[in-house]
Design a protein around this ligand. Structure first.
Ligand code: ASP
Ligand code: MG
Length: 408
């Protein structure tokens, strides 16, 4: 089959939970899809579960056993998407648009078997290509996959973005549309920083940092896949007919500000251990024990004291109880541990930082001026992050936003 004419018109459109949050909205999405099709596009639709539904399913499972992870968990939490795509196809059919709902196993979105955090290994495109050739709209459940043993898997919270970008990559398309309830990616969360501005273009690398530093706009894996396969991602509002933010290769951005965005994560916890032994083996064992429990460590800092060492590390607040459990069994007597909750992480991100010295100086000067204490710091070529008291997060984020000339 010659795919080129199809490829030129095919476009993946992903709709998030709020965009399909009610039957009225589902009908509005169906109208948007019908309109795109009438204008000559061949839409490939991906949908998330209706807003709040995945949380509800997670809570139901937790009521029985919050420690359970395995195929039944993924089957449970993946079910919200099945409802959403079925409703969307009913709405499309009502408008006279031929459409077919597809779960991940029906289409062939193949993943590994790491339940609740599975990674896509392969996407079969034959069924999609057949449907597109017949001008039928495929409507695909986001967030889910199927493993080798035919178990249903899920890609991690927010994973429908990843389904969408992976489908675009498999179809060798140059772009993917992510429809959401915000008009664009902002230079900071507007609820925290009212003077945040919309960003027209961001590099894949910046968006990856932002997503892993707490911005919830896109699933980080979707940006990685976009970068790897050259799929530009257009984040836009579902019901406003205008452009939002384009995530593109860095070379396509003419002028980069020094800092593109301030991101934050409000629920963080820091653990401090005092007088740990100097041997690296201690850290190796500690972090192995934590990783066995599925804790992902964020920042680590170690410093020498007169006697022994001090170790501090941060995790998401969600993982703090797991860390406490591990420490209880692990720490030999004589090692003091202390947990700081009520802390948050604030970060500046920008590829422009590479060519501009002095960003760290400005970052700490701003925090110092506000009298904000820094508990932990980490940097990369394009970001600086600090853990600070949560009560000072708003002040810190606003002051940094102003300092780096991002205010509207
Ligand atoms: N419904 C899933 C979640 O809430 C996936 C997604 O929305 O992208 O995490
Ligand atoms: Mg999302």
């Amino acid at each position: 089959m010659n795919l080129n004419p199809i490829r030129a018109r095919a476009i993946v459109k992903k709709f998030g939970g709020t965009s399909v949050g009610t039957v009225e909205r589902i009908e509005a999405v169906a109208r948007l899809v019908a309109k795109a099709r009438h204008s000559g596009q061949l839409p490939v639709v991906v949908a998330s579960a209706m807003a709040g539904e995945t949380n509800r399913l997670v809570a139901l499972g937790n009521e029985i056993d919050s420690g359970y992870r395995g195929p039944a968990y993924d089957m449970l939490v993946a079910s919200g998407e099945q409802v959403a795509i079925a409703l969307l196809v009913i709405a499309l059919t009502k408008l006279g648009v031929p459409a077919k709902p597809l779960l991940a196993y029906q289409l062939g979105i193949e993943t590994d078997n790491v339940y609740s955090k599975a990674r896509i290994k392969n996407v079969r495109t034959s069924e999609l290509e057949n449907l597109l050739a017949q001008n039928i709209v495929p409507v695909i459940a986001g967030f889910q996959g199927v493993d080798e043993d035919k178990n249903i898997t899920t890609l991690g919270r927010g994973g429908s973005d990843t389904t969408a970008v992976a489908l675009a990559a498999a179809l060798k398309l140059g772009a993917c549309e992510i429809y959401t309830d915000v008009p664009a990616v902002f230079s900071a969360d507007p609820r925290l920083v009212p003077r945040a501005r919309e960003i027209a273009r961001l590099s894949f690398e910046e968006m990856m940092e932002m997503a892993s530093l707490g911005s919830k706009v896109l699933h980080v894996r979707s940006v990685e896949i976009g970068a790897k396969h050259g799929v530009r991602i257009h984040v836009r509002h579902s019901f406003l007919e205008r452009e939002g933010t384009w995530i593109v290769p860095e070379g396509e951005i003419v002028e980069n500000p020094v800092v593109s965005a301030i991101t934050h994560e409000s629920a963080t916890s820091v653990f401090k251990l005092l007088h740990i032994p100097a041997e690296t083996a201690f850290m190796a064992k500690l972090f192995s024990a934590l990783s066995l429990k599925g804790v992902s460590i964020d920042i680590i800092s170690q410093s020498e004291l007169e006697k022994g060492y001090r170790l501090a590390f941060s995790v998401s607040a969600e993982d703090a109880p797991l860390v406490q459990g591990v420490l209880k069994g692990f720490l030999p007597p004589g090692i003091e541990s202390q947990m700081l909750d009520g802390v948050a992480k604030v970060s500046t991100v920008g590829v422009g930082m590479r060519n501009h010295p002095g960003v760290a100086a400005r970052f700490f000067t701003v925090l110092a001026k506000e009298g904000i204490q820094v508990h932990l710091v980490t940097t990369s070529e394009i970001k600086i992050s600090a853990i600070i008291d949560r009560a000072r997060l708003e002040t810190a984020a606003r002051a940094l936003h102003t300092e780096f000339a991002l205010d509207v």
